[in-house]
Design a protein around this ligand. Structure first.
Ligand code: ZN
Length: 188
Protein backbone atom coordinates (compact mmCIF):
# COMPACT_ATOMS: atom_id res chain seq x y z
CA UNK A 1 0.00 0.00 0.00
CA UNK A 2 1.08 3.57 -0.67
CA UNK A 3 0.09 6.83 0.98
CA UNK A 4 0.24 9.57 -1.66
CA UNK A 5 2.14 12.61 -0.46
CA UNK A 6 0.28 14.95 -2.83
CA UNK A 7 -3.11 13.91 -1.45
CA UNK A 8 -2.60 15.66 1.88
CA UNK A 9 -6.23 16.88 2.01
CA UNK A 10 -7.52 13.30 2.04
CA UNK A 11 -4.94 12.34 4.68
CA UNK A 12 -5.81 15.37 6.84
CA UNK A 13 -9.48 14.38 6.54
CA UNK A 14 -8.69 10.91 7.89
CA UNK A 15 -6.78 12.55 10.80
CA UNK A 16 -9.80 14.76 11.57
CA UNK A 17 -12.17 11.79 11.42
CA UNK A 18 -9.88 9.80 13.71
CA UNK A 19 -9.59 12.46 16.44
CA UNK A 20 -13.34 12.98 16.37
CA UNK A 21 -14.04 9.39 17.37
CA UNK A 22 -12.60 10.23 20.82
CA UNK A 23 -14.78 10.06 23.95
CA UNK A 24 -14.00 13.73 24.74
CA UNK A 25 -16.02 14.66 21.66
CA UNK A 26 -18.96 12.38 22.46
CA UNK A 27 -19.51 13.03 26.19
CA UNK A 28 -17.60 9.94 27.21
CA UNK A 29 -18.70 7.57 24.48
CA UNK A 30 -15.80 6.18 22.45
CA UNK A 31 -16.73 5.78 18.78
CA UNK A 32 -13.87 3.30 18.33
CA UNK A 33 -14.67 0.97 21.23
CA UNK A 34 -13.58 -2.36 19.72
CA UNK A 35 -11.77 -4.07 16.84
CA UNK A 36 -14.97 -4.28 14.76
CA UNK A 37 -15.42 -0.49 14.86
CA UNK A 38 -11.73 -0.04 14.01
CA UNK A 39 -12.13 -2.42 11.04
CA UNK A 40 -15.15 -0.40 9.89
CA UNK A 41 -13.18 2.86 10.26
CA UNK A 42 -10.28 1.39 8.23
CA UNK A 43 -12.64 0.18 5.52
CA UNK A 44 -14.48 3.51 5.35
CA UNK A 45 -11.15 5.22 4.70
CA UNK A 46 -9.95 2.68 2.10
CA UNK A 47 -7.18 1.24 4.28
CA UNK A 48 -6.72 -2.29 2.92
CA UNK A 49 -5.40 -3.80 6.16
CA UNK A 50 -7.39 -5.69 8.80
CA UNK A 51 -6.80 -4.73 12.46
CA UNK A 52 -5.30 -7.30 14.82
CA UNK A 53 -5.48 -7.79 18.57
CA UNK A 54 -3.60 -4.98 20.26
CA UNK A 55 -4.18 -2.51 17.43
CA UNK A 56 -7.07 -0.81 19.21
CA UNK A 57 -4.91 0.47 22.08
CA UNK A 58 -2.25 1.64 19.64
CA UNK A 59 -4.87 3.53 17.62
CA UNK A 60 -6.24 5.13 20.80
CA UNK A 61 -2.71 6.30 21.67
CA UNK A 62 -2.24 7.62 18.13
CA UNK A 63 -5.59 9.42 18.35
CA UNK A 64 -4.50 11.20 21.54
CA UNK A 65 -1.20 12.19 19.91
CA UNK A 66 -2.93 13.60 16.82
CA UNK A 67 -5.49 15.43 18.96
CA UNK A 68 -2.64 17.01 20.93
CA UNK A 69 -0.96 18.06 17.67
CA UNK A 70 -4.10 19.71 16.28
CA UNK A 71 -4.74 21.35 19.65
CA UNK A 72 -1.28 22.99 19.77
CA UNK A 73 -0.78 24.36 16.26
CA UNK A 74 2.69 25.77 16.67
CA UNK A 75 4.52 25.11 13.36
CA UNK A 76 7.66 23.64 14.96
CA UNK A 77 5.59 21.37 17.25
CA UNK A 78 3.43 20.29 14.30
CA UNK A 79 6.42 19.51 12.09
CA UNK A 80 8.24 17.55 14.81
CA UNK A 81 5.13 15.63 15.84
CA UNK A 82 3.94 14.88 12.32
CA UNK A 83 7.41 13.82 11.18
CA UNK A 84 7.56 11.36 14.08
CA UNK A 85 4.24 9.89 12.92
CA UNK A 86 5.64 9.22 9.44
CA UNK A 87 8.73 7.48 10.89
CA UNK A 88 6.70 4.26 11.30
CA UNK A 89 6.38 4.00 7.51
CA UNK A 90 8.36 2.48 4.72
CA UNK A 91 10.22 4.45 2.08
CA UNK A 92 9.32 7.56 0.12
CA UNK A 93 9.05 6.75 -3.58
CA UNK A 94 7.40 7.69 -6.89
CA UNK A 95 4.39 5.67 -8.07
CA UNK A 96 2.17 5.47 -11.16
CA UNK A 97 4.99 5.73 -13.68
CA UNK A 98 6.65 8.37 -11.74
CA UNK A 99 3.86 10.89 -11.47
CA UNK A 100 3.16 10.87 -7.74
CA UNK A 101 5.18 11.11 -4.55
CA UNK A 102 4.15 8.43 -2.11
CA UNK A 103 5.21 6.57 0.98
CA UNK A 104 5.45 2.90 0.11
CA UNK A 105 4.49 0.97 3.24
CA UNK A 106 6.29 -2.19 4.26
CA UNK A 107 4.31 -5.44 3.71
CA UNK A 108 2.49 -6.50 6.85
CA UNK A 109 2.17 -2.94 8.14
CA UNK A 110 -0.48 -2.70 10.86
CA UNK A 111 -3.55 -0.47 10.89
CA UNK A 112 -2.06 1.82 13.59
CA UNK A 113 1.11 2.26 11.51
CA UNK A 114 -0.86 3.00 8.33
CA UNK A 115 -3.03 5.52 10.19
CA UNK A 116 0.05 7.06 11.78
CA UNK A 117 1.64 7.65 8.37
CA UNK A 118 -1.62 9.04 6.97
CA UNK A 119 -2.01 11.48 9.90
CA UNK A 120 1.63 12.55 9.63
CA UNK A 121 1.44 13.07 5.86
CA UNK A 122 -1.85 14.99 6.22
CA UNK A 123 -0.49 17.28 8.93
CA UNK A 124 2.81 17.97 7.13
CA UNK A 125 1.01 18.61 3.83
CA UNK A 126 -1.32 21.13 5.44
CA UNK A 127 1.48 22.93 7.34
CA UNK A 128 3.47 23.11 4.09
CA UNK A 129 0.64 24.14 1.76
CA UNK A 130 -1.93 25.97 3.89
CA UNK A 131 -0.22 26.89 7.17
CA UNK A 132 -0.48 26.05 10.87
CA UNK A 133 -3.58 28.21 11.37
CA UNK A 134 -5.58 25.47 9.62
CA UNK A 135 -5.41 23.33 12.81
CA UNK A 136 -8.37 24.36 14.94
CA UNK A 137 -10.78 23.61 17.74
CA UNK A 138 -14.48 23.29 16.90
CA UNK A 139 -16.41 26.59 17.23
CA UNK A 140 -19.55 24.94 18.62
CA UNK A 141 -19.64 26.06 22.28
CA UNK A 142 -20.49 22.61 23.65
CA UNK A 143 -18.12 20.63 21.40
CA UNK A 144 -14.57 19.57 22.24
CA UNK A 145 -13.77 18.37 18.72
CA UNK A 146 -10.79 19.51 16.67
CA UNK A 147 -10.13 19.50 12.94
CA UNK A 148 -7.75 20.34 10.12
CA UNK A 149 -9.29 22.76 7.64
CA UNK A 150 -8.35 21.86 4.05
CA UNK A 151 -11.08 23.91 2.38
CA UNK A 152 -9.94 26.43 -0.23
CA UNK A 153 -11.19 29.57 1.59
CA UNK A 154 -10.10 28.19 4.99
CA UNK A 155 -13.19 29.30 6.88
CA UNK A 156 -14.33 25.95 8.23
CA UNK A 157 -15.55 26.34 11.83
CA UNK A 158 -16.81 22.96 12.99
CA UNK A 159 -15.22 19.55 13.52
CA UNK A 160 -18.29 17.86 12.01
CA UNK A 161 -20.04 20.58 9.98
CA UNK A 162 -23.23 18.57 9.42
CA UNK A 163 -23.56 17.90 13.15
CA UNK A 164 -21.95 20.79 15.08
CA UNK A 165 -22.85 23.48 12.52
CA UNK A 166 -26.44 22.31 12.53
CA UNK A 167 -26.59 22.26 16.36
CA UNK A 168 -25.37 25.87 16.49
CA UNK A 169 -27.94 26.91 13.87
CA UNK A 170 -30.75 25.29 15.87
CA UNK A 171 -29.54 26.95 19.12
CA UNK A 172 -29.32 30.37 17.41
CA UNK A 173 -32.79 29.92 15.94
CA UNK A 174 -34.21 29.06 19.40
CA UNK A 175 -32.41 32.05 20.96
CA UNK A 176 -33.86 34.37 18.32
CA UNK A 177 -37.36 32.98 18.91
CA UNK A 178 -37.06 33.39 22.70
CA UNK A 179 -35.76 36.95 22.48
CA UNK A 180 -38.22 38.00 19.76
CA UNK A 181 -40.40 40.80 21.07
CA UNK A 182 -44.17 40.82 20.61
CA UNK A 183 -45.57 42.70 17.59
CA UNK A 184 -46.27 46.37 18.26
CA UNK A 185 -43.57 46.63 20.91
CA UNK A 186 -41.14 48.61 18.79
CA UNK A 187 -41.52 52.39 18.80
CA UNK A 188 -39.10 53.06 16.00
ZN1 ZN B 1 -17.66 19.99 16.85
Amino acid sequence: MQVALDDYAWAAGVATDLVNTAPEVWRGEDKLPDLASLAAFAELHSIPVAPRTGDLRAVHRLRATVRDLIGHPDPAHLIDGASALTARAGAVTLVDDPTRWAVSLRPGTSVPDVLSVICGVGALGVVHTLGAERFRACSAPTCRGTFIDTTRPGRRRYCMPALCGNRVNVANHRARKTSAQPPGFHNA
